[in-house]
Design a binder for this molecule. Structure first.
Ligand code: PEP
Ligand code: MN
Length: 340
């Protein structure tokens, strides 16, 4: 249920109403926009007298929300969420609400030279966050599984050397202590419905990059974001990375309609990963451009200094030169999008 307060409602009047709603065992989510203040009521609202609330002097309207997602819903918070990333010693990066960010780096962290070389190159080309997998979810148990804790150490060294905040994937909540200095924790496509992991990430105060599952509907995608937010962590960035279809020339099928659809449904930022969405390096730039044209808040692109020797996802990895060219194209499209 949402309650929109009239302009001019005082803080005291609002707090009196909130206290009364809480007495009825409802959780109240407050969204203070520049124009309106919206109270999102979560819990069993069946017994709540909507007409009574609507009749209060300070209330503009009161409506039931039919969607099962609440905290991530645009109805609960009409204004875009802006997520600020970066700890002391790193550049501050904002994403969402008109702030555009590019995350780039190798699929997997392999060596110190590799991660440092790629970090410097992507930064020079305009990326603002460094990615790299330390814990790798691989289809085969015989494939490279990542450098794990050592991989995170190498990412932290690259962060120190470049000032770029880092993004890396978690696969098990028991590993959380290793992620203390990681700026953004990624939940990969395969873990989108690992609800116990999502609940643990709801208890921390760090941005979470949540990737869409291979076969997740947008509703399921948002429900997973809701799991994290329900625990108190509202810093969730959604990432469309393609879904499984009958097509085999591409690794997945990039669902670009998800960008404007999720923007309508949710206030959370949404970025696009054209690397995993296509699996083909020549398709990365065109799909990145299309994603920007569709209004995404950022991109995540895999870059390797020597893709032919990459331990993971070489076929979809761009060289630093190809990445710089992609950035040039993306920037031009973004210039157009922001002036329409
Ligand atoms: C990744 O980003 O390295 C990754 C494994 O992606 P996804 O979870 O989207 O497959
Ligand atoms: Mn990858």
């Amino acid at each position: 249920m949402i309650t929109v307060l009239k302009k001019g409602t005082t803080e005291e009047q609002m707090q009196t109403l909130i206290a009364w709603l809480r007495e009825q065992n409802l959780e109240v989510h407050i969204s203070r926009g520049s124009e309106l203040t919206v109270l999102g009521l979560i819990g069993d609202t069946t017994h709540v007298d909507m007409d009574l609330i609507a009749s209060l002097d300070i209330v503009d309207s009161c409506k039931r929300v039919s969607e099962p997602f609440k905290k991530c819903s645009r109805k609960f918070q009409p204004e875009d969420t802006v997520i600020e990333i970066g700890m002391a010693g790193t550049d501050k990066v904002r994403i969402g609400g008109g702030n555009f960010a590019v995350i780039a780096g190798p699929c997997s962290v392999e060596t110190e030279e590799q991660v440092l070389c790629v970090a410097k190159a992507v930064k020079a080309a305009g990326a603002t966050l460094l990615r790299g997998g330390a814990f790798k979810p691989r289809t085969s148990p015989y494939d490279f599984q990542g450098l794990k804790a050592d991989g995170i150490e190498l990412l932290l060294e690259a962060k120190k050397a470049t000032g770029m905040p880092i993004v890396t994937e978690i696969m098990n909540a028991a590993h959380l202590p290793l992620f203390e200095d990681v700026d953004v924790i990624q939940v990969g496509a395969r873990n989108i419905q690992n609800f116990e992991l999502l609940k643990e990430l709801g208890k921390i105060n760090k941005p979470i990059l949540l990737k869409r599952g291979l076969a997740a509907t947008m509703k399921e995608f948002l429900m997973s974001a809701e799991y994290i937010m329900a625990g108190g962590n509202e810093k969730v960035i959604l990432c469309e990375r393609g879904i499984r279809t009958y097509e085999t020339f591409t690794r997945n099928t990039l669902d670009l309609s998800a960008v404007p659809m999720l923007h309508e449904l949710s206030h959370l930022p949404i970025i696009v990963d054209p690397s995993h969405a296509t699996g083909v390096k020549t398709l990365v730039a065109p799909m990145a451009q299309a994603a920007v044209a569709a209004g995404c808040d950022g991109l995540m692109i895999e870059v390797h200094n020597d893709p032919t020797r990459a331990l993971c996802d070489g076929a979809q990895s761009l060289t630093p030169e190809q990445f710089a060219d992609t950035m040039r194209r993306v920037t031009r499209i973004r210039d157009v999008v922001t002036t329409i």
